[in-house]
Design a protein around this ligand. Structure first.
Ligand SMILES: [Zn+2]
Length: 472
């Protein structure tokens, strides 16, 4: 398993930066061309690979239009084809759900899953229809990146101990040397992202080399509920990542205040421009409405939140060999935009980071991550299964008359979902509600459990619904 590391350029001279920007702009046109030609569902269905695309371009002479070196456009084609592939994988997640809904027959399910996996969905009418339905035609939005293959760059340390990265420029045999702010040389394929006058060098390292990957996992089973105040609460009632709430709310306040100030400045600049004072309008735009500081603050905040969440997940895995969690990947498959409201935006993004952290840490440390259907886990009582009331961080069960800490109650419900015989990962929301209601109704009217035998009576009593309401 790989994790991404980022190195940053240090005091890069503006001429070099401009040359890199020009190269990235030209490579952006390569990406757009790839998306244009091969980003449709038909092209994807034909199973075209990046090597074939390269051969075609060489034969047709398309590559000559871009004014970049051969290795640069070839790597870019490969990268853009991989993006298109990722886009297709996102559609497949939805199609897998559709398959689960369509049939209960294990053989038929397996046949369809396999066809989907092997990219042979085009010949199956149901799969082809589903792929068309969930496929979102994308286009290239990337014009600030340069991908450099491992054998095309080199690094060197100068007399003052500073690390330099040399990558190919637009002319053959002319390298662009970039000073880095780190002493650890990047390795493997590099992705250079040009942002606000600075070069970010993204590269991947083997996660097994990281110190945190050597930490053994625990041996318990824990359910976790993601929160806003804490990153996670486990089914023992233990909070993890308790600093998250403060981080998010202070960032939200800061953004609101900053946006207010910027709107005001923008209107002053606009008024000045209307009056004909273009010098003043320009000054405000350049000095007060720039993006460099804004973007760096945002990046710092993102890094802090990630650290908080990853630390929380590591704490859970210290205890647990099996982590049971809501299937957080669910709403992150499409190309949906994040909401405009700042709080919701932060919450949505945080959820994505939590999903990533759970997956990454589990894989690296060898614990099992069990995704479960979390429908109604925050609205039902873990003791009696009945629907209760949530107000703030408290959950009140009207039946038991007890008040639970809402996140703890949810985490315990999530833990139980892993062994639930009726509620599967993709059981639709309304069915889950029906199942939960049937359980408590039967309980109330004391219907006898039909097939109870002494051996199973204890377990059955917890789920006293018959097969009539079981999920499909
Ligand atoms: Zn209760």
């Amino acid at each position: 398993m790989k994790v991404t590391r980022i190195a940053y350029s240090a005091r890069l001279n503006p001429g070099k930066y401009a040359a890199l920007v020009e190269q990235a702009r030209r490579l952006g046109r390569v990406r757009s061309e790839v998306w244009q030609r091969y980003g449709s569902i038909l092209a994807v269905g034909s199973g075209l690979r990046d090597r074939q695309v390269r051969d075609r371009w060489l034969a047709d002479g398309i590559h000559a239009l871009f004014g970049v070196l051969a290795n640069a456009w070839k790597e870019t084609v490969r990268d853009a084809m991989a993006d298109i592939g990722a886009n297709m994988e996102a559609a497949k997640v939805e199609v897998r759900r559709a398959i689960s809904r369509r049939t209960n027959d294990p053989a038929e399910r397996k046949r369809m899953f396999t066809a989907l996996q092997a990219d042979q969905w085009a010949s199956d009418p149901f799969l082809a229809r589903q792929m068309r339905k969930h496929w979102k035609r994308g286009r290239n939005r990337t014009h600030d990146q340069i991908v450099v293959r491992a054998d095309k760059y080199n690094t060197a340390v100068d007399g003052r101990g500073r690390l330099w990265l040399a990558i190919p420029g637009l002319e053959p045999r002319k390298m662009v040397r970039i000073p880095l702010s780190t002493t650890v040389a990047p390795t493997g394929t590099l992705r250079l992202i040009l942002r606000s006058g600075r070069v970010e060098v993204h590269y991947q390292i083997d996660a097994a080399q990281m110190r945190s990957s050597q930490r053994p996992c625990g041996d318990r089973r824990l359910g976790v509920d993601k929160g806003y105040t804490e990153a996670l609460t486990d089914s023992d009632g233990q909070p993890h990542g308790a600093g998250l709430g403060v981080l998010l709310s202070s960032e939200s306040d800061r953004l609101k205040e900053r946006n207010r100030r910027r709107a005001k400045l923008r209107s002053i600049a606009n008024n000045a421009a209307l009056r004909g004072d273009h010098a003043k309008a320009h000054r405000i735009k350049v000095n007060n409405l720039g993006t460099v500081k804004r973007d760096r603050q945002a990046a710092r905040h993102r890094a802090r939140v990630r650290t908080e969440i990853f630390t929380a997940v590591h704490e859970v895995v210290d205890e647990a060999g099996t982590v049971i969690a809501e299937d957080l990947t669910k709403r992150f498959t499409g190309r949906k935009k994040l909401p405009k409201n700042i709080n919701r935006r932060l919450a949505a993004w945080t959820k994505g980071v939590t999903a990533e952290a759970l997956k990454s840490v589990s894989e690296r440390r060898g614990s099992a991550l069990v995704p479960v259907n979390a429908a109604y886990t925050s609205q039902t009582c873990h003791r009696c299964g009945r629907f209760g009331r949530r107000s703030g961080d408290r959950f009140r069960c009207t039946c038991c008359g007890v008040v639970w800490q809402a996140d703890v109650n949810a985490a315990i419900n999530i833990l139980h979902r892993a062994g639930d015989p009726d509620i599967a990962l993709h059981t639709p929301h309304h069915k889950v509600k029906q199942i939960l209601q049937d359980r408590t109704d039967r309980h109330r009217t004391r219907l006898p459990v039909q097939d109870s035998s002494p051996a199973t009576a204890g377990r059955r009593a917890n789920y006293p619904n018959g097969s009539a309401t079981s999920n499909e």
